[in-house]
Design a protein around this ligand. Structure first.
Ligand code: ADP
Ligand code: ZN
Length: 739
C-alpha cells in the first residue's frame, strides 16, 4: 500500500570509499537500502549499480546511510554509472510529488528513469561524412552518395541511412571510404540535439502580444519562480508569445520544456519551432522510439537538449538547468495521469518550477477553474490576449434547437446544419461535424429479446466499430468480431445499432453529401501516432471537405480552411452529475468552436441541442467567459469542492466484490485520522463503472477544507487497514474524473 520513505535532505555531499550510503532503487521496496561507497567514493545523486539479492539493479545515491546494523554485512555499490548525477532539485521534486500523491519514492524513481539502457555503457556508432579524396572513377551510384553528403553539409549518417537516401548498397559506400572520398568515424550513439538559435527573429508581435511577451520575459530574466496564466482565444498568438519566452530562456543557456496534451499536435509545433529557431527540438512522448528516448533522456541530463517538447511524463526528465515550462492547453484532461502515479502534470509543473527557480506559462483559451481561481487569488499572474491575430475573428456561435428542428429516427444532422454544410461545399470551404464518440454505435441491442451487448469483464457496453467489423470495450480494450446472432437469445439478424458514433455519422454524411471528400478523425482509426500526424496534416492542407471528428480535433490543431463547425450533440457532456460537467462542456464546446475561421474567412459554430436555455449552453453562446467562471466558482465555493476544498478519491478493486465492500465499510467506520482534520468520508459505493477487467470497483470519497493536511491524514488512515491479497487500493488526490 502506501510506503513512506524518509527523505534525506542533507547537503550535496561526497562519500569516501567504504562510507555507508543510502540508495534509492526502482525496486518495489518500502525503504532506502544501505551500501558501502565504491572505490573512488561517490557523490549524492550519483546513478549507481547495486547488488540486490542475486541481481544488479539501478539506483541513486540518495544521501548518507542510516546504518544500525552490522556493517560487515553491508554490500558495496558495484559501480557509479556513466550518467549525469541526479540533481538535488530533482531529488526534492520526486520526494514532494511522492508526498503529494502518496506515491512511494521507488515508484517516483521509476517514473524518472523511463529510458532504456541507462545501465549500459554509452554505445558507439559508425557514422559517415564527406572526405577530401577523389574517386578513381565516377559511377552514378557514387555520385548519388556524394550528392547526398553535399546536400546535408556536415551531417553524420549511419551506413543504413546513407545507403537508403542515396539508393545504393553498403559496398558502394565502403568503396568510397577506402579512397578517402567518404570518412568513417566512431561517435557516441547519443548525440546532442542541434542547437536552436534564439537570436533568429520571431514574428513582429501585436501590441497585446508584445506586452504579454515582455512580462514573461522579465520573469525568465529574473531566474526566479513565477507562474503566468496566458489566456487568449484560439488563434490569438499564445504560441508566438511563449516562443519568445523560450528564446529568452535559450539565450540564458537554460533549458525549456513545452508540454502538449496530444502527440498528434507535436508535428505542427515542431515545424513552428524549426521555422523559429532553425532546428527541431527534442521530443518525448509515446510515439518516440526507444533509441530516441534514451538519447533524449541522456541529452536532457547533460545539457545537450535545449528545448524538449513532450507529453506530461516529460516533466520527470532530468533537466540540468530548467528555466521555463510551458503547459499548452493547460485545461486539458490528459494532463491528469490516472494510472500508476496519479498526478496532474499542470500542478506538478508549477511545483517543479518553484523548486528550480523557473517560470511557468499556462496557456489556454479556456483555463481550468483551478488556474482561473489561482490567478484571481494572485498566486498566478494573468495575461490576456483578447483578439485573434490579424484579420481572423472569433466564430459566431449559435444553437440549433432540436425541439424545433426535430431529427427523424436514425438521423443526427438537422436540416439547418445540412444547409450550412452544403453552402460551405459550394464555396470550397471545410466543415467539421463534431461528435465525441468513437466507433459506429455506442450500443447494440437485440430487437428480438432486448439484450444489450456488454463487455464480459467490465460494467460497460460494447461499442461497435464497423470499419474493423468488431465490438470493442472502451474500458478494457477487449474486442470480438461483430456477432451475427444475439449472444443471449440466438436470434439471427436482429442486432441493431443504437445511437451514433463518428463512423455512423460519416455514413449519414456520405448519403447527404455524396460528392464531398469526407475524413474521419478519431484516435482509434490511425495505425500509429505517425500515421495520425500525417492524416491531420493532409486534412489541414485541404484534402477533405468535411471532417467528422471526436475530441481529437478540439485540441489546438490549425485547420486553415475550416469555416463551419457543427456540434452534433452539445448536451452530451451535461448529463451525469460530475462535478466538472459544466466546466468541461464549456471548455470543449469553446475549443471546438474555435477551430472555425482561422483565416480571412469568418467562421460559424452551430450547436445542436435540446436545451438551448441551459445556463452552460447560454454561457458558451454569449462569450461571457468571466461570467461563466464566476458563477461556476460561486457554486463550487458553496459546495466546498475543488478548487475551494480538497478531495481525494479512493478506489478499492478486487475480483471479489464482497472483499472490496468489506474493506470499504471497515474504512468508513474507522475514520479517526480524517475526522481529526475535519475531513468527511462518503461511501463506500459501487463506482460508476462498477467492474473493469474483471475487477469489482468500490469508491470512497474524502472531502476536506482547503488548508487541511489531507495527505498525512490519508496516509495514517489507510495504514490502519490491511487489504487482503488481490485487493488494490488506489488513492487519487484531486480526482478529475469519477469513473
Ligand atoms: P494560439 O496559440 O493562441 O492558438 P497561434 O500562436 O497559433 O495562436 O497564432 C495563430 C496564427 O496566427 C498562427 O498561424 C500564427 O503564426 C499567426 N500569428 C500570431 N501572431 C502573429 C504575429 N504577431 N505575426 C504574424 N503571425 C502571427
Ligand atoms: Zn471491458
Amino acid at each position: 500500500m502506501i510506503l513512506q520513505i524518509g527523505r534525506n535532505m542533507c547537503d550535496f555531499s561526497h562519500f569516501e570509499q567504504g562510507a555507508l550510503v543510502a540508495v534509492l532503487t526502482t525496486q518495489p521496496l518500502d525503504r532506502l537500502l544501505d551500501y558501502k561507497a565504491p572505490a573512488g567514493g561517490c557523490h549524492q545523486g550519483a546513478f549507481v549499480e547495486v547488488p540486490l539479492g542475486p541481481r544488479k539493479v539501478l539506483g541513486v545515491v540518495w544521501g548518507k546511510g542510516q546504518g544500525g546494523f552490522d556493517l560487515a554485512k553491508a554490500r558495496s555499490v558495484i559501480r557509479v554509472l556513466d550518467i549525469a548525477p541526479m540533481r538535488e532539485e530533482m531529488q526534492e521534486f520526486l520526494g514532494r510529488v511522492g508526498d503529494y500523491t502518496l506515491t512511494p519514492l521507488t515508484a517516483m524513481l521509476r517514473l524518472a528513469t523511463r529510458a532504456p539502457g541507462l545501465m549500459d555503457p554509452q554505445s558507439m556508432q559508425r557514422v559517415f561524412t564527406l572526405g577530401h579524396g577523389e574517386p578513381d572513377r565516377m559511377t552514378a551510384a557514387r555520385q548519388r552518395v556524394i550528392a547526398v553528403l553535399e546536400d546535408h553539409g556536415g551531417f553524420r549518417f549511419t551506413l543504413a541511412e546513407l545507403a537508403e537516401l542515396a539508393g545504393v548498397s553498403g559496398s558502394v559506400i565502403h568503396g568510397l571510404v577506402r579512397q578517402g572520398v567518404v570518412l568513417e568515424e566512431e561517435t557516441p550513439r547519443d548525440l546532442p540535439y542541434p542547437d536552436l538559435d534564439p537570436s533568429l527573429p520571431g514574428k513582429a508581435l501585436s501590441e497585446d502580444q508584445a506586452a504579454a511577451a515582455e512580462a514573461i520575459l522579465e520573469g525568465v530574466r529574473s531566474r526566479l519562480y513565477g507562474t503566468w496564466l496566458l489566456k487568449g482565444v484560439t488563434g490569438s498568438g499564445k504560441t508566438e508569445v511563449y516562443l519568445e519566452a523560450v528564446a529568452e530562456c535559450l539565450k540564458q543557456r537554460r533549458q525549456a520544456l513545452v508540454l502538449l496534451p496530444e502527440i498528434a499536435l507535436t508535428s505542427e509545433f515542431l515545424t513552428r519551432v524549426q521555422a523559429r529557431f532553425g532546428a527541431r527540438p527534442a521530443e518525448w512522448h509515446s510515439g518516440v522510439t526507444m533509441t530516441e528516448r534514451r538519447r533524449c533522456w541522456r541529452m536532457v541530463a547533460e545539457g545537450g537538449a535545449g528545448l524538449v517538447v513532450g507529453a506530461r511524463s516529460a516533466l520527470y526528465l532530468p533537466f540540468r538547468e530548467l528555466g521555463l515550462i510551458v503547459v499548452d492547453e493547460e485545461h486539458d484532461q490528459s494532463y491528469k495521469q490516472e494510472e500508476g502515479v496519479h498526478y496532474n502534470a499542470r500542478d506538478m509543473a508549477v511545483l517543479r518550477a518553484s523548486i528550480n527557480g523557473a517560470q511557468v506559462v499556462l496557456a489556454s483559451a479556456t483555463p481550468s477553474l483551478e488556474s482561473w481561481a489561482n490567478a484571481k487569488a494572485g498566486k498566478y499572474r494573468r495575461l490576456d490576449l483578447a483578439e485573434r491575430f490579424g484579420v481572423a475573428e472569433m466564430p459566431a456561435i449559435g444553437t440549433i434547437d432540436l425541439r424545433v428542428d426535430a431529427l427523424p429516427r436514425g438521423r443526427w444532422i438537422s436540416e439547418p446544419l445540412v444547409a450550412e454544410v452544403r453552402a460551405r461545399l459550394a464555396l470550397g470551404e471545410q466543415s467539421l461535424l463534431f461528435l465525441n464518440r468513437r466507433g459506429y454505435a455506442p450500443l447494440t441491442v437485440c430487437r428480438a429479446c432486448g439484450h444489450q451487448i456488454g463487455c464480459d469483464h467490465c460494467d460497460a457496453r460494447m461499442v461497435e466499430h464497423r470499419f474493423q467489423g468488431r465490438l470493442m470495450c472502451h474500458q478494457c480494450g477487449d474486442t470480438r468480431p461483430m456477432p451475427e446472432k444475439c449472444p443471449s437469445c440466438g436470434a439471427k439478424g436482429k442486432l441493431a445499432p443504437i445511437g451514433p458514433g463518428v463512423e455512423r455519422l460519416a455514413e449519414e454524411a456520405e448519403a447527404l453529401f455524396p460528392d464531398a471528400r469526407i475524413a474521419i478523425l478519431s484516435s482509434d482509426l490511425a495505425q500509429s501516432a505517425r500515421a495520425m500526424k500525417a492524416r491531420i496534416e493532409e486534412i489541414a492542407s485541404g484534402k477533405a471537405d468535411l471532417i467528422i471528428g471526436t475530441q481529437l480535433v478540439a485540441k489546438g490543431h490549425n485547420f486553415p480552411h475550416l469555416t463551419l463547425v457543427g456540434v452534433i450533440d452539445a448536451d452530451l457532456g451535461l448529463q451525469g452529475g460530475d462535478l466538472r460537467a459544466a466546466e468541461r462542456t464549456f471548455q470543449l464546446m469553446r475549443q471546438v468552436a474555435g477551430r472555425a475561421g482561422r483565416r480571412e474567412r469568418p467562421g460559424v459554430a452551430l450547436l445542436q441541442t435540446h436545451q438551448p436555455d441551459h445556463p452552460v449552453i447560454r454561457a458558451i453562446i454569449s462569450g461571457d467567459d468571466e461570467g461563466f467562471w464566476a458563477a461556476e466558482a460561486a457554486e463550487r465555493q458553496l459546495a466546498g469542492v475543488p478548487p475551494y476544498g480538497r478531495m481525494a478519491g479512493i478506489v478499492l478493486s478486487s475480483p471479489d466484490a464482497k472483499a472490496a465492500f468489506d474493506l470499504g465499510n471497515a474504512m468508513a467506520r474507522n475514520t479517526a485520522p480524517l475526522t481529526r482534520i475535519g475531513a468527511s468520508v462518503f461511501g463506500p459505493a459501487p463506482a460508476p463503472i462498477a467492474r473493469i477487467r474483471g475487477r469489482h470497483r468500490v469508491r470512497l470519497l474524502v472531502k476536506a477544507a482547503k488548508g487541511a493536511p489531507l495527505q498525512a491524514a490519508l496516509a495514517a488512515w489507510v495504514a490502519g487497514f490491511k487489504p487482503p491479497a488481490n485487493l488494490r487500493l488506489t488513492i487519487d488526490i484531486d480526482p478529475q474524473s469519477f469513473y
